[in-house]
Design a protein around this ligand. Structure first.
Ligand code: AMP
Ligand code: MG
Length: 492
């Protein structure tokens, strides 16, 4: 490493494997510099785990890298091409406001995409300005870090810089650029893009690259490798969506371009966590038909996976009818796989170790009561885990008392102790989530007053969600008016 070089002092250790795919998949892109970048938040623990030097990252040279004013040593900025079904409609998309700088190889030899979001126009910008506003970038930072702390696979946020420039949305807003870290940015939409406009050999190149990067355990000499690939992608998506459902996370825009093949959550636009338990909860102002409501997420993931399976048809069998049959077989397993894993997840939330056929109905009964009594999703499970049932409506009802008796009996039909059950619950029921009013409060302080202390405090509390701490207490209370519909906007 060249010690004298500021860009290298930060510890950038890039490889650019994506740029070695056919040019069909991306466009090498010049930077679009901004006038006066300022670092407003840096994720120090993440930086360290990436092998980056925190102090050097705070230097002017590194801020220029985060702002897209300077290419880091070894980086090769490019915009990725992809397509996607947006609310069911197929479109050509691509990185319209993002740039992949390269893949950082960490000291533990892991590979992560380093991407700037909000970095200016690219050939895929369509009508957009290629920019992002400060509020939504900080919002993505907060929610993605909260998801990570909750143990949910996700892209992460390394830094946010303000650009010193205003952008035009409904009003003029301060511009910002976020540095996003991802296992990769390969999406269902990337496969849709090559499937629609590329050749079979390009499709095969993308599939081989993705298998090698995310599913290296699949033997490339196995004649069924692409079928195994499909199966594994399905499994990872099931696992991801269940994790969302377990904590009440609502993505908001589960378009196929916002679903990664790596199985990480990506693109925090109009997402939010549900307060009151209601499967119909939807936050996004643009989701007029509730396509991506909480209770619909599993179905929509299945729909997206079917679109993914279609893209692989030419690789699954020479005979396309047989290929379709193979794809359908894999996809048809999704609903069962989902339900089985969902029940397994809910068992943990209720402290249940072993399996009984009646478990699903026990779980369903609790959820029905929660819906009827408008119980807060997180706080209900928190109260059950920490024995604080007294202060919620639900717990005083005769029907709950009856259910509780059945639950206690159920817990006695396993060899593990009551203590072990409670621990299992504590490990699976978060005490704290990024509640909407708390997130808004943090964003308002940062964006309107340049005060980042509210956000930093929130991030600290959210970093420890499977433990009860005193400082959490005020973050667990509900918004003043929990029934007022909360809306998140896509105008990001
Ligand atoms: P998203 O809603 O962030 O998932 O973005 C959907 C598509 O719109 C992607 O192709 C983005 O790159 C593109 N896009 C979003 N915002 C902008 C913007 N301000 N300028 C250009 N393209 C954008
Ligand atoms: Mg997107």
């Amino acid at each position: 490493m060249n010690q004298g070089n500021e860009k290298n002092r930060a510890g950038w250790n890039f490889d650019n494997s994506y740029s070695k795919l056919p040019e069909f998949f991306f466009t090498i892109q010049e930077l679009n510099p901004v006038s006066s970048p300022k670092l407003v938040i840096l994720n120090k623990p993440l930086a360290t785990s990436l092998g980056l030097d925190v102090q050097a990252l705070e230097s002017e040279e590194s801020v220029d890298v985060f702002a897209g004013n300077q290419v880091p040593d070894g980086g090769l900025p490019l915009a990725q091409a992809y397509a996607g079904h947006q609310f069911g409609h197929f479109n050509m998309l691509g990185d319209g406001r993002a740039l992949l700088l390269g893949e950082q190889i960490t000291p533990k030899n892991k590979r992560y995409d380093i991407q700037l979001k909000g970095s200016g126009r690219t050939p895929y910008s369509r009508g957009g300005d290629g920019r992002a506003a400060l509020g939504p970038m900080l919002r993505e930072y907060i929610i993605s870090e909260a998801m990570h702390a909750l143990g949910i696979p996700t892209t992460r946020s390394l830094a946010v810089v303000t650009t010193g420039e205003q952008i035009q949305r409904d009003t003029r807003l301060p511009g910002a650029i976020m540095t996003r870290i991802a296992a990769s940015h390969i999406r269902v939409g990337t496969f849709q893009y090559v499937s629609r406009w590329g050749s079979v050999s390009e499709l095969k190149e993308l599939a081989d690259y993705t298998i090698q990067r995310h599913y290296p355990e699949i033997d490339k000499n196995n004649p069924n490798q692409y079928f195994l690939f499909l199966q594994e992608v399905i499994k990872r998506q099931v696992s991801l969506i269940i994790k969302w459902q377990m904590v009440g996370f609502i993505h908001g825009v589960m378009n196929t371009d916002n679903m990664t093949i790596s199985g990480e959550t990506i693109d925090y636009g109009p997402c939010a966590f549900m307060d009151t338990y209601d499967p119909a909860t939807v936050f996004s102002s643009i989701d007029l038909r509730s396509r991506y409501a909480y209770g619909n997420q599993p179905k929509m993931a299945g729909w997206n996976l079917a679109r993914f399976a279609e893209t692989l048809l030419p690789l699954l069998h020479e005979d396309q009818e047989k290929a379709l049959e193979i794809a359908q077989n894999a996809i048809s397993e999704y609903p069962m796989l989902y339900v089985d894993n969902w029940v397994a997840g809910m068992r943990k939330k209720l402290g249940i170790f072993n399996e009984e056929d009646q478990d699903k109905s026990l779980i369903d009964e609790l959820l029905e009561m929660m819906e009827k009594h408008k119980s807060d999703y997180t706080n209900t499970f928190r109260a059950l885990s920490y024995g604080k049932q007294e202060d919620m409506n639900l717990f005083t009802t005769p029907e709950f008392k009856q259910w509780e008796k059945l639950w206690q009996e159920r817990l006695s039909r396993q060899s593990e102790s009551m203590e072990a059950s409670l621990q299992l619950m504590k490990d699976n029921n978060p005490t704290v989530i990024p509640r909407n009013h708390r997130v808004e409060e943090a964003l308002k302080a940062a964006v309107e007053n340049g005060d980042y202390s509210v956000m930093e405090k929130l991030l600290k509390v959210l970093s420890n969600p499977y433990m009860e701490t005193n400082e959490q207490e005020s973050y667990c209370t509900l918004p003043p008016d929990p029934d007022r519909p909360y809306q998140t906007y896509c105008g990001t």
